[in-house]
Design a protein around this ligand. Structure first.
Ligand SMILES: *[C@@H]1O[C@H](CO)[C@@H](O)[C@H](O)[C@H]1NC(C)=O
Ligand SMILES: *[C@@H]1O[C@H](CO)[C@@H](O)[C@H](O)[C@H]1NC(C)=O
Ligand SMILES: *[C@@H]1O[C@H](CO)[C@@H](O)[C@H](O)[C@H]1NC(C)=O
Ligand SMILES: *[C@@H]1O[C@H](CO)[C@@H](O)[C@H](O)[C@H]1NC(C)=O
Length: 618
């Protein structure tokens, strides 16, 4: 993720620019200097022999073996202990799974310390890890697994059920399945925990990974991009470093204590959080999942100084009942993205003077921003060197047609200052777009050609941003085929594919609608029924619940007699999104997914007002 080095600036700044940058010159300058220092470090690491984040971890182990690396559910695991544990995992996998350099292994694990040592163990063997989202099941799980090209999957004991479900297909494909548990009676699943505990904890020879360079695959991280099923973004070792520098660039020091409550299968938790913590050599307090009510308790108990957030985190924290001791904590930096202006101010008012480092980037993208000034609500700032080294531009975008506006010559048109436009990053050697594993078609979809000149090539972020007259960058929205709910991207086409598996549904148009008081948008679908069929409440619920994680399930369904298409045969969404789900203004029949009753029910005005008053929790 975060193309940190993209932001780094090479050359000394000419005094000429001082004036134009005023009054942010000081902040621009100190930030650029930090980036230069990090850029030099990265250049040094890339030389042969390549110095990877694993080497950095091993140096941290030498330097402070007894320092706590991960604190989890009341237990502290020191750097040395995690190192030894990862040796055992590596040895067990070497013996039993015959892993060798260059292999890819899928990890299907929750947020627990074994995530760290299993990954480190794989790194010691020179293997790449594909980080599966632990919410996915059946079809999505198989899809994600197969697109990274792994022959081995390692799952935690709690996820046995999910693995069981897809086991016949995995076995058919000759996949080795390992479960982190002492025993497992299912044929075809190997219980690995005993093997791990019996293995030696002696260090492994670096020769095992001698061919790994900064260009090698380190990880596959799944993104919902803009269309279709999740895609595996290839994260090279260079990218791992770039993202791991974000803590350093945000002012985190080796004394800090970092709080991770975001899922480790995302770039934010894994790269910025865990791998960044290794770069700083600090202690991480890991949580299975975010809890608003426990948040500040945890911070006080563990002397946490740096937190991570997504927009929802801030909102949930601001929604908790006010307490007298809210400012009584040591958190001084918050790193993340997606916080709204009003929430940002409220957060600072309630919880004290915390430096919010809001950033913008995509796992697979080639452009990123960070708010390095003291201005509230911005994701970053245009600076001359960033723009020079990593050219990007905002272009005019037609929301209705969901495509860039082009002029008579077929070229895109730059958005004016202050106008919202689609962010595109020029693909260059310095800012490449490596694409998605095993998915040439989706990779191609993210490429945009003939943008400012015939034959040029840009990465299409799919995000709408705005740059104001003072060069501050604001995130506006995401286009078309994805929306965000509960911090996860939902790909509308994936949901539509699942809905049309239901017998009564002929066509589905999926989109996200705003709900007052919530970040992001909640899933809704406009559907056409098969001729002569009635809407099947239970059948639809069963399919949706079986194939989609909770955050992706359409909570509202609207029955239509026809779906409006655009000139380019895409389904129209803008009107539907604006209509929302208010039964008193919409003539069509509406249904609501009732998660207690485990079925869809007609959406009544009563339900509608309970949602508005938050009696019904979404
Ligand atoms: C380790 O794995 C092998 C199969 O690969 C198994 O036969 C053996 O019993 C396992 N347990 C131990 C403690 O070695
Ligand atoms: C590294 O690459 C060389 C040359 O391609 C090969 O001979 C060697 O076996 C590789 N090492 C490992 C550990 O795979
Ligand atoms: C937190 O800091 C206080 C005071 O600095 C110290 O007494 C306490 O032991 C620390 N707690 C932890 C868990 O490090
Ligand atoms: C980002 O904006 C917030 C506004 O509250 C500010 O506190 C913070 O310092 C800014 N950025 C950085 C790098 O500190």
């Amino acid at each position: 993720m975060l193309i940190w080095f993209t932001i780094l600036a090479g050359i000394a700044i000419l005094p000429v620019f001082l004036k134009t940058w005023f009054p942010y010159f000081g902040q621009d300058f100190s930030y650029i200097m930090k980036c230069i220092v990090l850029g030099i470090r990265l250049a040094k690491y890339k030389r042969k022999p390549f110095y990877s984040i694993l080497d950095c971890f091993l140096d941290a182990v030498k330097k402070h073996p007894n320092k706590t690396f991960i604190h989890f559910e009341g237990k502290a695991h020191s750097y040395s202990e995690v190192d030894k544990q990862s040796n055992k995992v590596a040895r067990a996998l070497q013996t039993h799974a015959r892993l060798k350099e260059g292999d890819t292994v899928a990890l299907f694990l929750g947020n627990e310390p074994c995530f760290a040592w299993t990954w480190l163990g794989l790194a010691k063997l020179g293997c790449a890890a594909a980080l599966l989202n632990f919410n996915i099941r059946s079809k999505s799980l198989l899809h994600c697994f197969s697109c990274c090209g792994a022959k081995v999957i390692i799952a935690s004991a709690e996820l046995k059920g999910a693995v069981d479900e897809v086991l016949p297909v995995l076995r058919q494909q000759g996949i080795s399945v390992y479960l982190l548990s002492e025993e497992c009676s299912v044929e075809g699943i190997h219980a690995l925990s005993d093997n791990i505990s019996q293995a030696s904890d002696e260090p492994l020879s670096p020769d095992l990974r001698s061919n790994v360079t900064f260009r090698s695959a380190a990880l596959y991280i799944y993104t919902s991009g803009t269309t279709g099923l999740p895609k595996a973004a290839l994260v090279t070792h260079e990218r791992v470093w770039a993202a791991s520098f974000i803590q350093a660039a945000s002012g985190v020091t080796s004394e800090d204590v970092f709080y991770i409550n975001l899922p480790l299968y995302h770039s934010a938790g894994f790269l910025i959080g865990l791998s960044g913590a290794i770069e700083r050599g600090i202690t991480v307090v890991l949580r299975r999942k975010f809890s608003a009510s426990q948040f500040w308790e945890d911070c006080r108990k563990h002397n946490i100084t740096v937190m991570q957030y997504i927009g929802e985190t801030m909102r949930y924290l601001c929604n908790t009942p006010k307490k007298d001791n809210e400012k009584d904590h040591k958190v001084r930096i918050a790193i993340g993205n997606g916080v709204r202006l009003d929430i940002w101010s409220e957060f600072l008012n309630r919880f004290g003077d915390i430096h919010v480092r809001e950033l913008y980037a995509a796992t697979e993208g080639n452009i990123g921003f960070i708010n390095y000034t003291t201005k509230i609500g911005v994701v970053g700032r245009v600076n001359f060197l960033h723009r020079y080294l990593f050219p990007y531009t905002l272009i005019k975008f037609d929301i209705e047609k969901e495509e860039p506006v082009r002029n008579a010559k077929g070229l895109c048109i730059k958005a004016a200052k202050g106008e919202t436009g689609l962010l595109v990053g020029k693909v260059t050697k310095r800012s490449p777009f490596v694409g998605y594993a095993g998915n040439q078609q989706q990779t191609e979809k993210k490429r945009l050609r003939d943008v400012l000149q015939k034959g040029d090539l840009y990465f299409n972020t799919g995000d709408l941003l705005r740059i104001d007259s003072d060069s501050f960058v604001y995130f506006q929205d995401r286009v078309g085929d994805t929306f965000r709910w509960k911090g996860e991207n939902v790909a509308t086409t994936e949901v539509a594919d699942i809905l049309t598996m239901v017998k009564c549904i002929a066509q589905a148009n999926v989109y996200g609608v705003h709900v007052e008081g919530h970040e992001g948008r909640i899933g809704m679908a406009a559907v056409i029924l098969e001729e002569g069929e009635e809407f099947d409440y239970d059948g639809t619920f069963k399919t949706v619940a079986n194939y989609l994680p909770a955050y992706a399930r359409p909570r509202f369904i609207r029955i239509q007699s026809s779906l409006e298409m655009t000139g380019t045969f895409k389904m129209k969404k803008v009107r539907l999104v604006e209509d929302g789900f208010n039964p008193s203004t919409i003539q069509d029949r509406l249904y609501f997914l009732d998660s207690d009753k485990k079925t869809y029910v007609p959406l009544t005005e009563e339900i509608y007002s309970s949602i508005a008053s938050r009696e019904i929790k979404l």
